[in-house]
Design a protein around this ligand. Structure first.
Ligand SMILES: Cc1cc2nc3c(=O)[nH]c(=O)nc-3n(C[C@H](O)[C@H](O)[C@H](O)COP(=O)(O)O)c2cc1C
Ligand code: PXP
Length: 194
């Protein structure tokens, strides 16, 4: 995580558009992969956090199979970071704390999109739902978090740092988790052939 922190800080410093956008791959029933972009909302020694709708297609996939893979595609600085691990749901407290920080419209939007990834009739139906929830929460001190909305923590077991270099002679370093004792983690680090 120390190495990730160094690179993430540099990616932000370089002014990349959405350096926290990461492609998240999950495993669907019968072993079919599926990938989509989500936003990294925090990280620490325990893992990488993102937020979504637990009823979404990814949410349903993760119920069956928690294995995930993520890539940060930082093209302008010729870097990528790939992570493999498993995802676990965040606590209710963590979910509430993050939901409270979201803009009003995004909070209402979470209510309007109760079944993320399911078909809806048309745009008008969505807007109608948004309007209904706006009215529901008018005057409320705060909008509660829908129970189906929350986040995951990706617990990494492998992290690879890739730095593009001339002649396709890139630098690649793979960190693999060897053991975890208390709060300490032991990682094996290897250089990989480009
Ligand atoms: C830049 C970008 C950031 C996104 N961030 C999120 C996110 O943090 N959480 C989320 O649920 N969807 C996010 N989305 C939408 C997802 O890519 C995806 O369409 C949605 O989560 C449904 O995915 P699923 O049907 O595979 O569950 C983002 C899309 C883009 C293009
Ligand atoms: C549906 C959805 N949920 C969550 C997020 C990310 O969380 P936030 O809206 O709090 O930035 C996004 C970002 O594109 C999103 O599209």
């Amino acid at each position: 995580m120390d190495q990730f922190h160094v690179w993430f800080t540099q990616a932000r410093g370089e002014g990349l558009a959405e350096p926290n956008a990461m492609a998240l791959a999950t495993v669907e029933p019968r072993g079919v992969p599926r990938v989509r972009i989500v936003l990294l909302k925090g990280y620490d020694r325990a893992g990488f956090r993102f937020f979504t709708n637990y009823r979404s297609r990814k949410g349903r996939a993760l119920l069956e199979n928690p294995n995930v893979s993520v890539v940060f595609p930082w093209h302008p600085i010729r870097r990528q970071v790939s992570v493999s691990g498993r995802a676990e749901r965040l606590s209710e407290e963590e979910n509430d704390a993050y939901f409270r920080t979201r803009p009003h419209g995004s909070q209402v939007g979470a209510w309007a999109s109760e079944y993320q990834s399911s078909p809806v009739r048309d745009r008008a139906e969505l807007e109608e739902r948004f309007g209904q929830y706006e009215r529901t929460w008018t005057g409320a001190a705060e909008i509660p978090r829908p129970e189906y909305w929350g986040g995951y923590r990706i617990l990494p077991s492998e992290v690879e740092f890739w730095q593009g270099r001339a002649d396709r002679m890139h630098d690649r370093f793979r960190y693999r988790l060897r053991s975890e004792e208390g709060s300490g983690q032991l990682w094996d680090i290897e250089r990989l052939s480009p």
